[in-house]
Design a protein around this ligand. Structure first.
Ligand SMILES: Cc1ncc(COP(=O)(O)O)c(C=O)c1O
Length: 453
């Protein structure tokens, strides 16, 4: 059945509901109802790690639904136990306690609430504020929007965010390409990390419960990592100094995306809480959660208190069975290692694009890659906002059967453009070659077109 564009747009309460109708997925490919194949170079919004269309995951879902489709969160059931054991094998030492939700926002929200309650059970009831960084995204619920810094997404709901949230200034983000402090590394001596201490002192350390940050900022900045591991060492020290819980939002980076189980492991710094979602079930089911240091959960046990957050669909048996199966596949096929290897290959291939006049910077680790698009390679100046280069490039790549994701960093004038690649880890070298070659041709061609505008 072929539906008209107008029908499709009316069907979905969503501005991006544009044709075509996707009918199947296979490896790194999405296939539409006309049988055309599109390379899904970002696995949707950086979700699909094991590739599309794995029938063994479908078999697992079928088996779980046929045997036990639902059981209260908290009941011990096989799929929950197995998933938890698999996650525990990947987590850093001392981080074995897992709480489950369905999506990333729910998991971040859970982690923020857990941090506040942990402060309470630790005898620090006045600590309730959450600090986050500029240009950060942690989810779409009111609480997660307030911890992040995406003005456009927050704006309609500002009146609902309590004054205390509205008045908290975000911590400077760590983005050397667009340094918020106008400094340069290394002479800056990581002033952006010191800004955390400045913000804590401004709020009153006795009121700050937690600090949240992505180890590598994905969509909100277009894949931006700190210039040195010392950034997070400093962050950890500052959090420790003021009894502040450090939450690593690994919704995108968790489960192998950057070539290690968790991106925090690149920095050798142990967060108090790691939030995960997307890749844990590779998009086959809504599944998320957070992993807490054992010592934090012990404080609840010691005081006989419970974490007061529960959703009906937390730890859903089918999602857990699917998550466990996905992690089994990841393990048996060495897919975290493959993310590192294919990510290196992708990174080396992408280097050729630095010759193209509109490519400002190539960034990333493992299979998470960002490309900064600029008007001037020397100065890094962006194109004027009205050209909307990010969307223009997206349309032209789409016409060449390539799907990718966008970064959201913008300057005060709304200017800026980043492309994000995050292919399934099963991508082949020949598919990377095709991706980079097409990308190069489109960027060259669009660069020439912008110069004439
Ligand atoms: C870093 C980060 N945190 C949280 C979220 C929210 O996840 P979800 O969209 O599953 O609610 C996202 C979503 O893209 C994200 O990128």
């Amino acid at each position: 059945m072929t539906r008209s564009d107008a029908e499709l747009l009316n069907l979905q309460f969503h501005r991006q509901a544009v044709p075509p109708v996707w009918s199947s997925g296979e490896g790194v490919w999405l296939i539409n109802e006309d049988g055309e194949r599109y390379l899904d170079a970002s696995g949707g919004p950086m979700v699909v790690n094991i590739g599309h269309g794995r029938s063994e995951v479908a078999d697992t879902a079928h088996k779980q639904i046929s045997t036990l489709s639902y059981a209260m969160p908290g009941y011990a059931i096989e799929s929950r136990l197995e998933l938890t054991e698999r996650i525990q094998k990947l987590t850093p030492n001392g981080m074995d306690r897992v709480w489950y939700g369905s999506g990333g926002s729910e998991a971040v929200e859970g982690a923020l609430k857990f941090a506040i309650q942990t402060q309470q059970v630790s005898g620090r009831p006045d600590k309730f504020k959450i600090l986050g960084r500029q240009n950060a995204y942690h989810g779409s619920t009111l609480f997660t929007l307030s911890a992040g810094d995406m003005p456009e997404r927050r704006a309609p709901y500002l009146k609902l965010l309590p004054d205390v949230v509205q008045d908290i200034q975000p911590v400077a983000d760590c983005n050397c390409y667009h340094c918020p402090l106008g400094l340069e590394f290394p002479s800056c001596e990581l002033a952006c990390a010191d800004d955390l201490e400045t913000r804590i002192l401004a709020e009153g350390p006795e009121t700050v419960a937690a600090f949240i940050a992505e180890p590598i900022v994905a969509a909100a900045a277009g894949v931006v990592a700190p210039p040195t591991p010392e950034y997070f060492t400093k962050i950890r020290e500052i959090c420790d100094k003021y009894d502040i819980i450090f939450i690593a939002d690994e919704v995108v980076t968790g489960f192998g995306r950057t070539g290690l189980p968790f991106a925090s492991q690149h920095w050798d710094v142990l967060p108090d809480i790691i939030v995960f979602a997307k890749g844990v079930a590779s998009g086959y089911a809504p599944l998320s959660g957070f992993i807490a240091q054992d010592a934090l959960v012990d404080r609840f046990d010691e005081t006989g208190q419970r974490f007061n957050t529960l959703f009906t669909y937390s730890e859903h048996p089918v999602s857990c069975a699917i998550g466990a199966k996905v992690q089994e596949i990841m393990d048996e096929e060495n897919l975290i290692q493959r993310s590192a290897q294919m990510g290196d290959y992708l990174g080396r291939k992408l280097e050729a694009l630095s010759e193209i006049s509109i490519v400002g910077e190539l960034r990333g680790q493992g299979t998470l890659r960002g490309i900064e698009i600029v008007a001037n390679q020397e100065t890094g100046d962006p194109f004027p906002a009205d050209i909307n280069v990010a969307v223009d490039i997206q349309k032209h790549l789409y016409k060449r059967n390539i799907l990718h994701y966008l970064g959201y960093w913008r300057d005060d004038l709304g200017q800026g453009a980043q492309l994000i690649l995050a292919p399934p880890f099963v991508i082949e070298e020949s598919e990377i070659d095709l991706l980079v070659e097409t990308l190069g041709e489109v960027l060259d061609e669009r660069g020439a077109a912008y110069r004439k505008m």
